[in-house]
Design a protein around this ligand. Sequence first.
Ligand code: HEC
Ligand code: HEC
Ligand code: HEC
Ligand code: HEC
Length: 318
Amino acid sequence: MNKLRTMMLLLAGLVGVSSAWAAQSGKEVFGKVCGVCHNTGVAGAPRYGNAGDWSPRVAKGTAALYKSALAGTPKGMPPKGGNMTLTDGEVKATVDYMLASIKDAAKPDAAKAAPAAAVEQKPLAPVAAPAAPVATAGSPVAPAVSTAEVNAFNRLLKPASKRNLPPPEDGIHDPANDGTHALQPPLAAFGTLPKSFAGNRVNWVEALSSNKINPRYDRLDPNAVPVVMDLNIVREVKGSMPDVVYPHKQHTEWLDCSNCHPAIFVPQKGANSISMAAILLGQKCGVCHGKVAFPVSECRICHSKKKPMPVAAQAAPN
Ligand code: HEC
Ligand code: HEC
Ligand code: HEC
Ligand code: HEC
């Protein structure tokens, strides 16, 4: 457990790099961020252009959908689709873009066309900031479980402004303790480390392999070294998504075998049933990914093994 603890402390400070790009259109954001799930319906995501998937959701009203998109939902919609650099306005524009995709399908049905049209003319209702609790009064569909609570574990998906706070303000350290004020702020500590585009913006695997950091593996024994095991496990994925390669090497450089075996995974290839839905809900790989390791929005780091694509499926541009 010591290693996991060390890792969690190490990753406890979160870096937020503010990105200063111009506002993107709903279509652009959808293509870059949301389409990976909403084109094919990963983990039950309502599919783009599929009126059947969307109609029960549209009935909740656009403001509720904005809220889900901004704050996430207990059933696996990550806050802002996992990309906290998006502005609230960009996320809402993307929801509008997705709703427009089913407008035509909804029209023939008179009963459904009316609320859909009403929704479109409504001025943008003010929506709670992503971190705020979302089960507000007046919401006709306050979920039984607060989405804020469910996604609270997802520290790496916090907005950039809420990450990387100096220790006295981070909610982890005791501000009344003088030692807290002597700690180096994460931004200063992470400044020289290799960058990544997600989570706390540090590529921890590279930081370790390039000797930029030298974590201690045992709280008591400074000379303890990790038992590194170099064994890749390929998990075949149905559909067009590349297969998942689970690398033991990169994990055992940080973690004890006992961090995963047997509590999270039975140590036998194929013996565990793992699904994207479970991961998005913080189980299986999601016990760590999205909390203390890179978040689930980085599809390709896990889905890294290309498979031969059926010719018909290659129509997608880019
Ligand atoms: C990692 C997969 C994933 C990504 C990426 C993703 N979504 Fe979702 N989304 C889901 C899932 C799963 C659901 C269904 C969750 C539910 O029923 O609560 C969902 C549901 C939604 C809903 C309906 C919520 C409701 O209350 O019914 C909206 C709106 C939405 N997503 C918008 C977006 C937008 C906008 C983006 C991009 C900025 C995005 N999603 C990116 C997985 C994803
Ligand atoms: C981060 C989590 C994690 C850690 C840490 C970890 N493993 Fe695993 N291990 C897995 C996963 C995931 C699988 C694949 C399970 C599956 O396919 O259902 C696996 C599979 C295995 C298998 C089965 C291989 C096969 O071909 O059947 C063995 C043996 C194993 N691990 C041993 C170890 C040992 C020894 C360590 C420590 C040096 C270790 N693991 C550390 C996650 C982990
Ligand atoms: C006990 C915690 C834990 C679990 C469970 C876990 N990981 Fe990781 N994983 C880590 C840590 C820590 C890192 C290194 C830090 C980082 O990359 O953010 C990592 C890194 C990785 C990497 C990056 C390797 C590289 O070369 O960059 C991949 C791929 C990965 N994990 C896949 C998985 C998959 C797939 C599963 C589930 C089968 C899984 N992990 C389960 C903690 C975990
Ligand atoms: C931390 C590693 C990890 C990340 C990041 C990740 N996946 Fe997965 N994904 C998995 C694992 C493990 C499975 C289960 C494979 C299996 O069936 O054994 C899986 C399965 C899937 C499947 C198959 C159906 C299902 O729901 O199980 C799809 C589709 C999928 N992922 C899409 C995505 C998309 C899209 C993203 C990015 C938004 C993503 N994944 C990010 C590890 C990951």
